[in-house]
Write a protein that binds this ligand. Structure first.
Ligand code: AMP
Ligand code: ZN
Length: 214
């Protein structure tokens, strides 16, 4: 299974993606997670990306596209993958198409998660991530067993700088102006699976599975 999950920031892509990747046994390729890891490892590209990430702006395509190509070349992505957070504008979508055509591979499904802005703002505001492994939690919808502590590795749960209120609005603006058109781009090429992302994690997951014929 090769798929792309789309939708505004905070709609629950990462959470749905983790379940899908588990189901299909495919790697979860999240460009946002890759940028955060590159920064944590103090790499030059990570430092460069951070200035954009913290402001809620898109990291330049030259950097982002290369990171994705390199990731797709790794062994675990040979038989399938899920892209989360990429492509985020139509130029990235075109670049991805070029790469896939050269590699003779095709995307099997594009899933678009939808939710109204008020819900997104509420979800992002309550989001907490593990400082160590990046696992995602929510103060009311997806609580860790012990408050403030990651279930997986005991890491400290923190709020991402770009999840703070001032930046959320900018990220939504970037989403509507640059990322939403990508859905139209894929619609012209074939079917996009639209999913109501307003329900619980389990409900959203069930809708996606049903739509994928699982
Ligand atoms: P996310 O974790 O998907 O919300 O991504 C966090 C941030 O990483 C975004 O706000 C962007 O600054 C950056 N980012 C992630 N994916 C991309 C992409 N495909 N193109 C450019 N910037 C990206
Ligand atoms: Zn953790």
């Amino acid at each position: 299974m090769r798929m792309i999950i789309m939708g505004p920031p905070g709609v629950g892509k990462g959470t749905a993606a983790a379940l899908l990747c588990n189901h299909y046994g495919i790697p979860h390729i999240s460009t946002g997670n890759i940028f955060r890891e590159l920064y944590k490892d103090q790499t030059e590209v990570g430092k460069k990306a951070k200035s954009y990430v913290d402001r809620g702006e898109l990291v330049p395509d030259e950097i982002t596209n290369l990171i994705v190509y390199n990731r797709l070349l790794q062994d675990d992505a040979k038989n399938g993958f899920l892209l989360d957070g990429f492509p985020r504008n139509t130029d990235q979508a075109k670049a991805l198409d070029g790469y896939l055509a050269e590699s003779h591979i095709k995307i099997d499904a594009v899933v678009n998660l939808k939710a109204p802005d008020e819900l997104i703002i509420e979800r992002i505001g309550g989001r907490r991530v593990c400082e160590t492994c990046g696992a995602v939690y929510h103060v009311t919808n997806l609580k860790p067993k012990v408050e403030g502590i990651c279930d997986k590795d005991g890491g400290k749960l923190i709020q991402r700088v770009d999840d703070m209120e001032a930046t959320i609005k900018r990220r939504l603006g970037v989403y509507y102006s640059q990322t939403e058109p990508v859905i139209g781009y894929y619609e012209k090429k074939g079917a996009v699976i639209h999913i109501d992302g307003t329900g619980t994690i389990e409900a959203v997951n069930a809708l996606i599975m049903k739509a994928l014929g699982e």
